[in-house]
Design a protein around this ligand. Sequence first.
Ligand code: PEP
Length: 265
Amino acid sequence: MTSPRKIAAPGRKPLVIGNWKMHGDVAFIESLLAGLRKGWRQRALTQAVDVGVCPPSPYIGLAAARLAGSALSWGAQNISAHERGAYTGEVAGSMLADLACTWSLIGHSERRALFGETDAQVAAKVEQALASGVTPVICVGETLQERESGQTEDVLGRQIDAVCANLQDASGHYVLAYEPVWAIGTGLTASPAQAQAAHRFVRNRLLAGGVFSASDARILYGGSVKPGNAAELFSQPDVDGGLIGGASLVADDFLAICRAAAGVA
Ligand code: PEP
């Protein structure tokens, strides 16, 4: 088994992760990876921002082969809550580690809403990721109806509380992603002030839950981030980068968002 490429002592260095969801085929992914590698020439960028991509699971090995030796990392969109065994269709943390995955998204709102993923399952997946040396990227966020009925903090609080026990000893090797469900793939974006308020809440809730490394934890914003709105969102004090869906499928757009996170025009 190869070791996952851990980002050493991450602190709050900006981080941008692309979530390719269930898009692409070999030809498309070869071309996207080539575009990313070609566009990623600036040493200054590598020093200023960490960048990862999460392809659909059948293509993780392809991404690993094409990105090996580059400054770009890769990961998965999901991970099994189980260690190994008779779980048809599941992918274990150890398998992701074997493919040198740095990241695994966990608890994306599409998994929670479409596949019934519960807070308890999210916590079990976080445990498996940490045990495998794969950094969990834990997604939280409220629906429009929850926001409009004043429940945003209740929902975020419940989702965060579910993982605090797992993160208390994780020594900073975890990432949170605040993704308001109403902003995902809709073209609607949280205002910078809304994003900042939610991120601050997430960080404080982790601290209140005994996750003392949370002051240095990276909290990404996700939800219709584009080259045109990235810099303002990322300039908020508790926003440490982005989790990018649609725009991560276009190499130039994704690279522009990475430059915004790095503070490079
Ligand atoms: C996502 O699915 O995590 C996401 C943020 O999507 P989009 O950027 O397309 O809104």
